[in-house]
Design a protein around this ligand. Structure first.
Ligand code: NDP
Length: 455
């Protein structure tokens, strides 16, 4: 009999862990997976999926208005929060069920409780007390919303975990942070009719994104009715007798809101897992330090996804999990290339981006040719909406290679996914130029920009 109960024990049934478990099992490994929350992880249960459904809901607000310009008469629309909230919750339950079925179908044993690491090959399940000897352990526990630095009254705020379950739609919402989550929810709730204030410590939102995109999105969010308080932090939160939260700010007057959504980043979920006792090296924010094969400092323990704090996106976790399983159990070694990862921010207007920003390309020493286009989308000519699409191409002047593509506007996420194929293949500006435009579309601008920005 083997000295191990399983070949692989996966902690966390989110995107990365589930993929790794299923693929490893398909390669013939005996696999067990533990999940202390709902099967599906952050993306399915309290992240990308329910968020995108909220985004769809929010965009109807403008569709109803725009329809009038095209001849439709629409009775004054009204919005019912519980209908949306419950429909989204049902869809999440359905998807969680599909994840479970996928694991069962792949013959992965499921344990619905917290697993703790007790050594390089040993684990204990917190509730049942079951102990397991595993040849390999994969930690795929994701992240959790950070509320730091702690401020007095911080517990009066909620995180993105709770925002999907609000008992009612607030009149006012204060959103703290200037990253993906803060901006996406600010954008959603303002269109659902909530008076949103976005408070961020920086002078501009979305640090790390291309400067032109940042500035244009900031202006578009303000135009959509979001009150921006930039260069500002909160000293404390106070509960007023009527249940309203009052945020006392370091600069400017206090802000009152029924809901304060704190979206100031996420931390790797490693606290209390027992990793240090097993000798696993953690980084400055608690992330598991791994090499390109997702191996930790302990040879039998690997980690994928947000818990490693590399590129914290679902498709990246999935790819890392797949590579891990193929490499260890399938005799097919490969690893994920983190260099070129497209991403979208589902604000309205949305961002789609792949490759380097202008500042990054400049810092890397490239001589750049920059192509830009800002135009009014065709639909807005008749709807009358004040809306523009912005596109930017960054080209290496020496090799003509496309280094980065950045889009702000309708369908930017959908467009950038297709563009990312070309950029990943090493497309040049000449390749874009000889691609025939598809007319009339917004995306055709990508292949019709001919004159580089001066200077
Ligand atoms: P982000 O890292 O994107 O943003 C965090 C924001 O909080 C930044 O604006 C940051 O400011 C600010 N902040 C950080 N610490 C503090 C502090 N102590 N006080 C005040 N402000 C602070 O994190 P999110 O939580 O928005 O998202 C987490 C991750 O989830 C993202 O990095 C992304 O990878 C992923 N995600 C992806 C989505 C998508 O693909 N569409 C959607 C949602 C999440 P500063 O810039 O100054 O540091």
């Amino acid at each position: 009999m083997s000295e191990f109960d399983v070949d692989l024990f996966v902690i966390g049934a989110g995107s990365g862990g589930t993929r790794a478990a299923r693929i490893a099992s398909g390669h013939g490994a005996k696999v067990m997976i533990a999940e202390e929350d709902r099967i599906g992880g952050t993306c399915v249960i309290r992240g990308c999926v329910p968020k995108k459904l909220f985004v769809y809901a929010s965009r109807f607000a403008e569709d109803f208005e725009d329809a009038a310009g095209f001849g439709w008469s629409v009775p004054k629309p009204s919005f019912d929060w519980p209908t949306l909230r419950d429909a989204v919750a049902n869809e999440v339950t359905r998807l969680s069920g599909l994840y479970r079925k996928g694991l069962e179908g792949a013959k992965v044993a499921i344990r619905e409780e917290r697993a703790l690491v007790e050594g390089p090959h040993s684990l204990r399940l917190a509730k049942s007390g079951e102990t397991i000897r595993a040849r390999h352990i994969l930690v795929a526990t994701g992240g959790y919303p950070a509320f730091d630095p702690p401020i007095p009254g911080g517990e009066l705020g909620i995180s993105s975990n709770e925002v999907f379950h609000l008992p009612s739609l607030p009149k006012r919402m204060l959103v703290v942070g200037g990253g993906y989550i803060a901006l996406e929810f600010a954008s959603v709730f303002t269109r659902l009719g909530v008076a949103v204030t976005l408070l961020h410590r920086g002078d501009n939102i979305l640090r790390g994104f291309d400067e032109d995109i940042r500035t244009r999105l900031r202006d578009a969010l303000a135009h959509a009715g979001i009150t921006l308080r930039l260069g500002c932090t909160i000293d404390r939160l106070e509960l007023l007798p009527d249940g309203v939260r009052r945020a006392h700010c370091a600069k400017g007057g206090p802000i009152d809101a029924e809901v304060v959504l704190v979206a100031t980043g996420r931390r790797p979920n490693t606290v209390g897992l027992g990793l240090e006792t097993a000798g696993v090296k953690l980084g400055p924010v608690g992330e598991i330090m791994v090499d390109e094969n997702s191996a930790s400092s302990v040879p039998s323990i690997h980690a994928v996804g947000d818990v490693t704090n590399r590129v914290n996106l679902t498709p990246v976790a999935i790819r890392e999990g797949h590579a891990f399983a193929d490499t260890l159990f399938g005799g097919k070694p490969w690893h994920m290339d983190h260099n070129l990862v497209a991403s979208a921010v589902f604000t309205t207007p949305e961002i789609g981006t792949v490759g380097l920003t202008e500042n990054q390309a400049f810092a890397a020493g490239y001589e750049l040719r920059v192509f830009e286009s800002a135009f009014r989308p065709m639909k807005a000519t008749i709807s009358g909406r004040q809306e523009r699409i912005y596109m930017k191409l960054l080209v290496d002047a020496k090799t003509d290679r496309m280094l980065g593509v950045h889009i702000l506007g309708h369908d930017a996420g959908e467009i950038i996914q297709a563009v990312a194929i070309a950029v990943t293949m090493g497309a040049t500006k000449a390749d874009f130029d000889r691609t025939i435009a598809l007319h009339p579309s917004a995306a055709e601008e990508l292949v019709t920009m001919r004159t580089a920005r001066a200077g």
